[in-house]
Design a protein around this ligand. Sequence first.
Ligand code: NAP
Length: 678
Amino acid sequence: MVATLQSLALDRWVEAPGGFVDIPSAVDGKAVARASSAGLDFGAMVRHARDVGGPALRKLTFHQRADLLRKLAAWLGERKELLYKLAGDTGANKRDNAIDIEGGLGTLAAYASRGRRDLPDAKFVVEGEVEGLSKGGSFVGQHILSPLHGVAIHINAFNFPCWGLLEKFAPAFLAGVPVIAKPATATAYVTEALVRLMHESGLLPAGSLQLICGSTGDLLDYLGGQDVISFTGSLETSEKLHAHPNIAKHAIRFVAERDSLNAAILGPDVTPEQPEFALFVREIVREMTAKTGQKCTAIRRIFVPRARETAVVAALKTGLAEVKLGDPRSNDKAMGPLVSRAQRDAVRDQIATLATEAEIVFGDPDNCAGDNIDPAKGAFISPILLRAKEPMTARRIHDTEAFGPVATVIAYDNLDQAIELVGRGEGSLVASLFTYDRAVAEAVILGIAPYHGRILIVDRDCAKESTGHGSPLPNLVHGGPGRAGGGEELGGLRGVFHYMQRTAVQASPARLSALTGVWGRGAPSPIAPEHPFKHDYDCLKIGDTIETASRPITLADIEHFAEFTGDTFYAHMDEAAAKANPFFPGRVAHGYLILAFAAGLFVDPAPGPLLANYGLDNLRFLKPVSPDDSIRVRLTVKQKSPARKPEYGEVRWDVEVFNQNNEPVARYDLLTMSARSA
Ligand code: NAP
């Protein structure tokens, strides 16, 4: 039965009146679904996202949206078997599907926890410290980030129908920006099922996610300067979309993740007997064949010292010969077909281009055999290994991405040459270097880093726990420069901030502090009638301050502290040596003594709502404290944030320690955990 895919527009599932294209199974060529976006009102979808989805999302705080993502991940986790079942027809085996499905759910969960941990329970982000802008301190500035008021258009590639949607949806949702997603038609039946589950969960605010199955029609005509386009796919389509006049006219944010001729490099130090050699070969075989090579991070160019070329080719041939092709629906270890026969035709054409500069040393693009497969009906292809004939003059091996199980071995004569050749890829997502030599690692990293979003150095010490060439991590950069699309904004909080506008707000300290909810120097700091440590989290007021009494610091204190802690550094113990030091007038108090005495001055000793001190931030000692100086402390409530557990809240206190001349000698943020009102 051929499923008719529907689009989710204006929170309703809509079936097109006609114009369908059939989507064939990768395995046997039979139609599994049909898709069309005919009849969709793209302008109305954009307006719905902006007018309904955006306001609904912006009503929530980052923590509330993060909680929804966490619940969504759990909801999908309980229903994921449906996705595995459907995905068999995309040609992916169980392990490939796990990358897509578990990877997608993991990304949702990672953003949920990032949102809870690193973003405030607020509707905008306060970034960095307050910047003084005037001599007298009455005019200051700070950056805030607020969600764009537009819609995020996500145009996705066919290879990851679940992860591809979720890895872009999660940061946009967390930022507070609604999404219109358009999956690649070849695997849209899996994405449609995923979005149905998301919609059925009831967790998504109205208008926060819409789906287009089929083409995007005139969608881009409706976009403006508050909108964002995030594209994943080929360089060719990316160029076409980027040239849309609306994008230049409204300076629409456009990020692309596209072709990437990723490299693996064997260091000149590695001999076939060393563990790095076997690790190199194993990683290449895995990366060439996982998802039948249809991964943006797959290794396409294999750089080896000329002296090792024969050994590497022989080892790769042995490894690739062990890869069996098969129907992934019944054999979950076999390498499945490409996504479609059309894709196989494209890959064969690309191999023919590569073969103008390289010889095929393993596999036959036109013939393959496997377990229970019919290559005439399914899009099967064997792994293809090529060897560059003249590496220094070859060009097409650096710009032709055969999006299948295809890679080229490229010999180099020295490290400088290897670095130059890697750079000919004009920017990639990822490269891996296999070496156990520090000088090789340093030279290669500095040589190729400007061309890459991510680089792995793999050796015997980290191989066991390395996440591998192919695994971007949600907290690190995902995206690469140049040809790969320039998407350094992607990954972790950068990915969330991509959907937000950074604005410098300049005002008086009082006005700024009232807006951001973060106390800054110069903002009102009324003396609290009662010690703020006696107040629970909910009753503490930003700016509430106490000034302590002062306490002298004697030479005996310093000597006692030195003896007690064992810190007998000469600056505290030896007058002549301390004087010879350019920073000290003579013997001085330990920095840690100042901290300890400061705590002695400001703590309120009785049991109360303040439960624990969990650290200090931004500690600076500003001036030495000499014997017979005295110190006093000003302690101010700087910032409050709810903790993971509802019983507690985190309080950041501004601490400033002064000497008898009212000169600040130390400043830091004290971090405490306080109980919340019952
Ligand atoms: P593609 O043919 O460029 O298609 C990508 C997306 O663009 C699909 O959703 C496609 O929809 C859509 N599209 C095509 N023409 C369009 C147009 N005129 N207007 C609006 N949308 C249009 O790429 P693909 O074959 O799906 O994916 C393979 C490519 O993706 C490879 O080159 C791979 O390197 C790249 N990729 C890169 C990354 C990365 O992170 N850098 C990740 C994954 C994949 P239809 O399917 O309906 O045509």
